[in-house]
Structures are given as structure tokens and as C-alpha cells.
Design a protein around this ligand. Structure first.
Ligand code: CO
Length: 134
């Protein structure tokens, strides 16, 4: 079911400052900021040779990462994203195994224009898991 690690997402209080650190201090290639109103976040992607880092800041009211940043004012690792070949088949198998799929269970379009779903952190060792169909 599980494929490559697509990205590690880090919630940050200041997107420009975090992106500049990855670009100027670590010398990484970064994307332009991408607002994702449906997900309540704005993202910048840091491209690494073997995976990506997704920097996230809240967008709009009731952002799903606002509470996380209240608890982690310096920012912190928010979720891991694994690739799957067939997101509906993956969802059905995960549900059959007792994993909780967040939201209404229907995939949303994520930051790469591909369908994504999130899985409850309590079912994965305290880690919010995103699955993305590639
Ligand atoms: Co993500």
C-alpha cells in the first residue's frame, strides 16, 4: 500500500522567514508560496534530492494548523505524506483495518494537484499521515 515518502510538512509561524532559511542557509531550491484555501494553509515546497519539505502557515479563519501553532509557537513537524497508487483502494483498506480517515472520507486535491486524504494521528503513533495518489 505505502510507497515513497512524498514530503514532510512543517508548520511555521512565518513562511517567508522559514523559506528564506531553507534557501539562504541550507541552499535548497524552494517554490513560490501557494495558497490552498480548501486546506486552510499556504505552502512553500522545499525540493530535496530524495523528498520534499512542505512549509505551512495558516490561511483564513479556522485553519487546521492554527491550534498546532498555538501549541508549538516556534513551529514543528505537522505531518508525513506517503505516496499510494490508488487512493480509494488505499482508503478502503485502511478503513477495513480500523484506521480513521479524517473529514468526509472523500479525497481532496492537494498541493500537487493530486488527490489526498489524512489519517488520524492516534492510529499512527501520534503522527498525522497524509496519503497522496501519484
Ligand atoms: Co502535505
Amino acid at each position: 500500500l505505502i510507497g515513497r515518502l512524498n514530503h514532510v510538512a512543517i508548520a511555521v509561524p512565518d513562511l517567508d522567514a522559514a523559506a528564506a532559511k531553507y534557501r539562504d542557509v541550507l541552499g535548497a531550491k524552494i517554490s513560490s508560496p501557494l495558497p490552498l484555501p480548501e486546506h486552510g494553509v499556504t505552502t512553500v515546497f522545499v525540493e530535496l534530492p530524495n523528498t520534499k519539505i512542505e512549509l505551512l502557515v495558516p490561511l483564513g479563519e479556522g485553519s487546521p494548523i492554527a491550534k498546532f501553532l498555538e501549541r508549538n509557537p516556534d513551529g514543528g513537524i505537522h505531518h508525513l505524506c506517503y505516496e499510494v497508487e490508488d487512493i480509494l483502494a488505499a482508503r478502503d483498506r485502511l478503513k477495513a483495518e480500523g484506521a480513521r480517515v479524517l473529514g468526509d472520507g472523500s479525497p481532496k486535491i492537494g498541493a500537487h494537484g493530486k488527490p489526498v486524504l489524512f489519517l488520524h494521528p492516534k492510529d499512527f503513533s501520534g503522527t498525522l499521515v497524509e496519503i497522496e495518489q501519484v
